[in-house]
Ligand binder design. Structure first.
Ligand code: 13P
Length: 251
């Protein structure tokens, strides 16, 4: 944790969630309002089809919402795409950009992710910019260099004066039950912090750096205690109210 930053725990539902998932979300809201106030911002990023309903439902429990992706343009002839302004209009405060699944499934490049982050900011959203190395890159000793390159090219210069969030998600840890050692997380987050401060000065000290990849109730407390881990981007475990609440409570 970085003492001066309010941590963020964000749930990324990915391509999961039909209307029935709203019941589980209701349960999360009940847990949050019954327990002690969370020591972090809690966000859920449902599929776009549920975003407006989720935003309306969670407002009472203090949860905020985010989209999972946005198009770099404000509007126009882009069938099937969703603009940052549409997400904001549906109640979102955040949007995930450059998730490794988008980089892999849709060939998204750092420069596209950069454009999406700028579009998010223009629409009043906080982008959660995802970076992370593959298993082969980690084995080849390139993890730090890969992440450094991704951050250099994906994070806009404008991050100096605005709210952006970085999510370090090693690709090999996503959905696998594997996580890096706490030392590896500390080294990577420390390197990201140094890069942000080098580039943005004091503003770089305030940018939240989340960890993502198989974060679960069983490992959340240890991971969240690592220096420069300012919260988590949670996939699978965010779909279950009890698990997600346990992670929120680990902050
Ligand atoms: P899991 O928590 O399911 O590993 O997913 C992490 C992730 O990709 C969040 O964006």
């Amino acid at each position: 944790m970085t003492a001066r930053i309010t941590p963020l725990i964000a749930g990324n539902w990915k391509m999961n969630g039909l209307t029935a998932a709203l019941g589980e979300l209701q349960r999360l809201g009940e847990l949050l309002t019954a327990g002690t106030a969370p020591r972090c911002t809690v966000a859920v990023c449902p599929p776009a089809t549920l975003l407006a309903r989720v935003s309306a439902q969670v407002a009472v429990s203090g949860i905020v919402t985010g989209g999972q992706d946005c198009h770099p343009a404000q509007s126009g002839a882009h069938t099937g795409d969703i603009s940052a302004a549409m997400l904001a209009d549906a109640g979102a405060q955040f949007v995930i950009v450059g998730h490794s699944e988008r980089r892999t499934d849709h060939g998204e490049t750092d420069s596209l992710v950069h454009a999406k982050a700028l579009a998010a900011v223009a629409a009043g959203l906080t982008p959660i910019i995802c970076v992370g190395e593959t298993e082969a890159q980690r084995r080849g000793g390139e993890a730090a260099a890969v992440v450094r390159r991704q951050i250099a090219a994906s994070v806009p210069d404008e991050a100096q004066g605005i709210d952006v969030v970085i999510a370090y998600e090693p690709v090999w840890a996503i959905g696998t039950g594997l996580t890096p050692s706490l030392e590896d997380i500390r080294d990577m987050h420390g390197g990201i912090r140094a890069q942000l401060v080098e580039r943005f000065g004091a503003a770089g000290e305030r940018i939240r750096i989340l960890y993502g990849g198989s974060m679960k109730p069983a490992n959340a407390r240890d991971i969240l205690a690592v220096e420069n881990v300012d919260g988590g981007l949670v996939g699978g475990a965010s779909l279950l109210a009890n698990d997600f609440y346990a992670i929120i409570s680990a902050v």
